[in-house]
Design a protein around this ligand. Structure first.
Ligand code: ITT
Length: 197
């Protein structure tokens, strides 16, 4: 049985990652199982740097294999913003969403392209590191739609479905999202490692 600690404080991420990692060979631990972990300052210049920082620091403190995700929303019209700063763009999801909608007011549908990016990092206590990066393309809606998910989900429109992530729900979101794709790659890595033992 492989114990993996999901090194995130974002409960939306925990739910999505758990769903993909779910297998009899993996015991999933969360930050709730370790109440005294330090707060990580995310001052890296890339998603990978931040993901590495989260996973390696938490692994160091917990002694566990850690999986971290650093992700963000990149909007073409805003030259890639909020990007790395997606979680720091306001003090609540509502504020962050409203900021995006305001900046894109009167911007035509074909100019509203955006993508989600996810860097996931698996760090072992002995220092071994596995890193993957994935993205998911879409565009920004004119108003929030849907009740599911977290963060910018209500305004991220997926062209194939003509629905937002928040309308699609996390099962379908996981099949197509930046995080879903990255986590399936992580599962493949874990399976390969288990097979080579
Ligand atoms: P941890 O660092 O503890 O994992 P966090 O929410 O701060 O939690 P990030 O630093 O990776 O995570 O910030 C990513 C932000 O990007 C997140 O807070 C959302 O605002 C946004 N985001 C990332 N993936 C998203 C998704 O699938 N749906 C909606 N918003 C997302």
């Amino acid at each position: 049985m492989l114990e993996i600690l999901i090194a995130t404080n974002n409960l939306g991420k925990v739910k999505e990652i758990k769903d993909i990692l779910d297998s009899p060979e993996i015991k999933i631990l969360t930050m709730k199982d370790f109440p005294h972990l330090p707060k990580i300052v995310e001052d890296g210049k890339t998603y990978q740097e931040n993901a590495f920082k989260k996973a390696s620091k938490i692994s160091e403190y917990s002694g566990k294999i850690c999986l971290a995700d650093d992700s963000g929303l990149e909007i073409d019209y805003l030259k890639g913003k909020p990007g790395l700063y997606s979680s720091r763009w306001g003090s609540s999801d509502e504020e962050r969403i409203n900021k995006v909608l305001k900046l894109l007011e009167n911007v035509l549908p074909n100019k509203r392209k955006a993508k989600f990016v996810c860097a996931a990092m698996l760090v072992f206590p002995d220092g071994k590191i596995y890193s993957v990066k994935e993205e998911c393309k879409g565009s920004i809606e004119f108003k929030p739609k849907g009740e599911h998910g977290f963060g910018y989900d209500p305004i991220f429109l997926v062209p194939e479905y003509n629905k937002t992530f928040a309308e699609l729900g996390y099962k379908i979101k996981n099949q197509i999202s930046h995080r879903g794709k990255a986590m399936r790659k992580i599962v493949n890595i874990i399976n390969e490692l288990a097979g080579s033992e």
